[in-house]
Design a protein around this ligand. Sequence first.
Ligand SMILES: C[S@@+](CC[C@H](N)C(=O)[O-])C[C@H]1O[C@@H](n2cnc3c(N)ncnc32)[C@H](O)[C@@H]1O
Length: 317
Amino acid sequence: MATTTTTAADVAVEQQQQELKKGIAEFYDESSLTWENIWGEHMHHGFYDNDVVDVQLSDHRSAQIRMVEQALAFANVHDDSEKKPKSIVDVGCGIGGSSRYLAKKYGAECCGITLSPVQAERAQALADAQGLGDKVSFQVADALNQPFPDGKFNLVWSMESGEHMPDKLKFVSELVRVAAPGATIIIVTWCHRDLSPDEKSLRPEEEKILNKICSSFYLPAWCSAADYVKLLESLSLQDIKSADWSGNVAPFWPAVIKTALSWKGITSLLRSGNANFYILIWRDSNNNIRVLIRSYSCLKFIRMEDHKRGNGNAIDD
Ligand SMILES: C[S@@+](CC[C@H](N)C(=O)[O-])C[C@H]1O[C@@H](n2cnc3c(N)ncnc32)[C@H](O)[C@@H]1O
């Protein structure tokens, strides 16, 4: 009989992942109210047309809805009653903005999971207040070990949570496991740029910026969109598509920061000489100074969708 042995390296990786999860949970427990005040119910970027020049302050919340709609359109998720999704999982759900939007749009049941108890509670309170308590439910659970049976969902949704996952293969494998035959899987996430064939890694200055972002946001190592596509191909998914939406999200932060400036909790905001580099500083409820850094100078913001090999019941044609 085959036996598996646990090595010291396995134990170290497991320990690192546990620490990361704890950090993510605490980060969102502490900062979600701040983000809700600034961003509203959706904790993800807005989507803008490439030729937009002057983003109105009031537009960033509708741009977040546009992001959801763009992702659904890119993946050809149907609105018609026969094919629309009936059962949805929102992996890394934040305070449930996508879950409630999708449940309302499709009349579907939606289960959201997050590492943050504060987010799960807030998400449920908002759902109850909006009369969606019977359709939408939230729980604290790990995306890498989802508490759902195989093949439960016909739309698997991950909006800006993949960047937190320390094991991308396990992350994607779990998305595929809980997807029903013919389901659509949508991943919108932060990636670094694709490497050219003669490159083995990013340039040192790019690594340096990414490391800063990683330590501010509890992010593990980054990968590229091409890396994701390879992983999805290795799991025999069909119709894999990916696109680079970096240009479409770039106007988001200037708009948010202008709004944030008028918000009481922000004690100071610094903008560096580089037009695409922001540092946001505020005090949390314990009066600790928290610092967030955002940069687009070497980031690629990508979205992708793919389909589990199905039995003819695909949501998509
Ligand atoms: C930037 S927020 C995005 C929230 C939401 N998708 C939205 O668009 O409003 C990232 C979310 O990913 C969740 N997350 C990160 N790692 C996770 C993990 N291993 N399992 C479950 N959720 C995770 C966080 O708890 C947080 O809710």
